[in-house]
Structures are given as C-alpha cells and as structure tokens.
Design a protein around this ligand. Structure first.
Ligand code: PNS
Length: 165
C-alpha cells in the first residue's frame, strides 16, 4: 500500500453520533490519510434505531464537514468485508470504561478471525467523554436533560423533537 494511502474505518451505529464519537473520528483523521466512518444500516440489528441510517449518516457528515479526509457511508455487510472493499488497513474504535473492553475484545476476535490482515486499533476516550454513550444521551433527551454540550447542535434539536416528552 502506498504510504499516502492509509485508510481506516471508524464503524458504529451512531444512533446518534455524540461528541465522544467525533473526538475519536477527529483523532483518527490525524493518524490516517483517509478515514471512512461506516454507519451500520441494519434495521433489525439490536432493535430499532431512533434515527434512520440516512439521518445518522447525515448527522455524522455535517459534524465532520471540516475534516477534509473523512467520508461517511452506510454499510450493511460484514465490517471486515466493508473495510476490505474500501482498501482499509485498520478499524479504529474508541474505548471508554472497562465495561467496553469485554464487548470490544469479542468483536476484535470475531473480526480478526474473518480477516487477520485488518488491524483493530483502539483510542482511549478523552476523559470528558469517558461516560458518554448514545443510549445515555437518548435517556437524557427523553426526560428533558441537558445534552447541549454532548452532541452536535443539529443532533440535540432532532433528539428533543423525536424523544422529548
Ligand atoms: O458499537 P456498535 O455500534 O454496536 O458497533 C457496530 C460494529 C459493526 C462496529 C460491531 O458490531 C462489530 O465490530 N461487528 C462485527 C460483526 C459485523 O461485521 N457485523 C455486521 C455489522 S453491519
């Protein structure tokens, strides 16, 4: 692979994207020539999402507009197949608390078994985002909690509209 063509995938459901995800994406974009944010598009997986894949892709796209080497795409096949199709050498994910470790270890083994050549790389969450999750944000939004510093403005508005009581 040419040294100026190091591609990484940042995958996730992003329902919705949080400032914690965006922190990891921005840090990955400084490490690789190109980062493709892969947004899972499987309606039946892990229950229904609050936002459609198109909406979730749109939120990430708008929030990463200033990062010139970041693209955003939905995907609905195996993560390693998507990564291979895009010529990626790595999957980059964020790790928050210890509680993430078990799930990520399982995903790591699963993905590595499918394609040992695609390395998974983990960036430790920045301290201010270490307890931030999409599900926590949805819960706060449902009960009128303050989410303005935790997600992009567009996402905060959409959450309040869709979930606010
Ligand atoms: O944290 P998330 O949003 O549940 O992560 C999604 C993803 C795809 C990164 C994770 O589930 C994973 O690594 N899955 C590996 C198995 C796979 O490829 N599933 C198909 C997803 S379309």
């Amino acid at each position: 692979m040419a040294p100026d063509n190091r591609v990484a995938i940042c995958p996730g459901t992003f329902d919705p994207v949080t400032n914690g995800h965006l922190d990891v994406i921005a840090r990955a974009s400084a490490m690789y020539d190109k980062v493709i944010v892969g947004v899972v598009n499987l309606p039946w997986r892990k229950g229904r999402t609050v936002f459609t894949a198109e909406e979730r892709v749109g939120f990430v796209r708008n929030a990463t507009r200033d990062l010139g080497n970041v693209d955003v795409e939905p995907f609905s096949n195996l993560l390693v197949d998507f990564a291979r199709e895009r010529g990626a050498m790595a999957i980059v994910k964020g790790l928050r608390a210890i509680s993430d470790f078990e799930y990520e270890l399982e995903m790591n083994q699963l993905n590595r078994r499918q394609d040992p050549e695609i390395e998974s790389v983990y960036l430790m969450a920045s301290a201010k985002y270490s307890f931030l999750s999409s599900s926590g944000i949805k819960e706060l939004a449902t009960f009128g909690g303050d989410i303005d510093d935790l997600v992009p403005e567009e996402v905060a508005g959409a959450l309040k509209e869709r979930l606010g009581r």
